[in-house]
Each structure stands twice: as structure tokens, then as C-alpha cells.
Design a protein around this ligand. Structure first.
Ligand code: MN
Length: 251
């Protein structure tokens, strides 16, 4: 059985740090339950091997929407490797200015991944949803029934109405410190169900004082979340751990 973690980093690209083994050790040392997301199926095995002795790191198989156009041919490999893990990510859709051109390909990839996850069952997905929350939820509703697993919306940037719909579909939300920079983001965070909140770093993409955030460094996310929700920081940290334990216990 895995030990109860001290804190939760449910979306971190450990393999995009200069030293993957050191990044894994950082999560172990701080007892941070970490979802190590990957961006291509080919990156998955090395993450899985290096974290095989870890008590706190879980590895997701991913195909990032930014890479869908160049890597969609790795889908058959994705489906094979999917059998080796309960965790999936980073996957999703991005209709932002740099990526909307590949939205058809992204959608094709995302739908196929959702179907494979539903077929295998008991999966937990970390999902990117930039400017595509409604579309993501339409796909989830159609292809990934609630008894097939759980969806965690990473760096959610949708509206309060979209958040409410996501909640009713059973989604969780992983919250990072950068999300609080936006007034609109903060307003939506205040509406999310308290028992669906997780924390994440999205390292190394989130920066602290112009340096990449450290894996597992969720202290600031916890502090800001506590402030937004009227908790003290330690109670907020514990609530997130409880949410994480409930998430992974479900089957
Ligand atoms: Mn990410």
C-alpha cells in the first residue's frame, strides 16, 4: 500500500527537468503524491522505470495536444502502454492562438484516447482544456462514462458555468499558483467543490522568480487556495490530501 502523502502535486512534468532522477527524489523527500505527466507515448517507459521504486510518484501516459499533429502516429503505442498504468496525461485540447489550427487532429486523438480509457476502465486522466472546456466536457460525456474513471481538469480556465458542468460530471480540478494571477481565475476557484480540489505545480512551466518551480512545491498554491476558501493553510493542505486519497481509492 502506498503511504499517505504530506501534499499533492497532481500535474508535473518531471521528465522536462534537467535530471529526472533528482526530480523524482524531490517528490520522495517531501512526501508529495505526484502525477508525473508525459507528453509523448515514447517518453512513458523511462519515467516508469526510474520511478519504479518511488512511493509517491505515479506516471501518466500522455500525448499532449500541442504535439498531436506531429505525434498522432504514436496512438497505437499509446494504447499498448495504457495497459501498464492507471494514470493518463497530459492529454486534452488547446484552441489557443498557436494551436487552433490542429484542433481537428487534437480532437481525433483525444476522442480515441477517451475511448481506449473507457474500454480499459478505472483510469484517472489529467486533462488540458485551453479554450475548449465545453468541447472537452462534450467528449467526456459521450465517450468516458462516470464509471470508467475520473477526469482531473488541470489549470482550469473556463467559466463558472463550465466549472459547474464539469463538477456535475464528476471532474476534479488541479490548481496551481499561477492560476491566482487572474481575477477571473480566482473568482472561479471560489466556486469549485471543496472535495474536488487538488494542487499541482505544472512544473517546469510555472515559474517562481523567473526560475522553474520545483517539483512538489505546492506551498504557495495551498496558501492562495486556503486564502480564497477561508481555510488556514494546514487545513487546506489536509483537505487536498483527503481529496487525493478519495480520488485514487475509487474504482
Ligand atoms: Mn502541463
Amino acid at each position: 500500500m502506498t503511504p499517505i502523502p504530506r501534499q499533492v502535486d497532481f500535474h508535473c512534468h518531471l521528465d522536462l527537468y534537467p535530471d529526472l532522477e533528482e526530480a523524482i527524489s524531490a517528490c520522495e523527500d517531501t512526501q508529495t503524491a505526484t502525477l508525473a505527466v508525459t507528453t509523448t507515448p515514447k517518453a512513458f517507459r523511462r519515467n516508469l522505470q526510474l520511478s519504479s521504486k518511488s512511493k509517491f510518484v505515479r506516471v501518466g501516459i500522455g500525448l499532449h495536444p500541442h504535439l498531436a499533429e506531429e505525434r498522432w502516429t504514436e496512438l497505437p503505442l499509446f494504447e499498448v502502454l495504457l495497459r501498464e498504468t492507471r494514470y493518463v496525461g497530459e492529454i486534452g485540447l488547446d484552441a489557443g492562438p498557436h494551436f487552433y489550427r490542429s484542433l481537428d487532429r487534437q480532437t481525433q486523438v483525444f476522442r480515441r484516447i477517451l475511448s481506449a480509457c473507457a474500454e480499459q476502465g478505472n483510469k484517472i486522466l489529467s486533462v488540458h482544456s485551453v479554450r475548449t472546456v465545453s468541447k472537452i466536457l462534450d467528449c467526456v460525456e459521450e465517450l468516458f462514462p462516470m464509471d470508467a474513471g475520473k477526469v482531473v481538469l488541470h489549470w482550469f480556465s473556463g467559466s463558472a458555468a463550465e466549472a459547474a458542468r464539469a463538477s456535475s460530471l464528476g471532474c476534479y480540478f488541479s490548481i496551481n499558483q499561477a492560476m491566482f494571477r487572474s481575477e477571473r481565475g480566482l473568482a472561479v476557484i471560489k466556486t469549485l467543490p471543496i472535495d474536488r480540489l487538488l494542487t499541482e505545480t505544472d512544473g517546469p512551466f510555472v515559474e517562481v522568480d523567473s526560475n522553474p518551480i520545483r517539483p512538489g512545491d505546492v506551498a504557495e498554491a495551498i496558501r492562495l487556495l486556503a486564502l480564497a476558501r477561508g481555510y488556514d493553510a494546514d487545513s487546506m493542505r489536509k483537505q487536498v490530501v483527503i481529496n487525493f486519497v478519495a480520488l485514487v481509492a475509487q474504482r
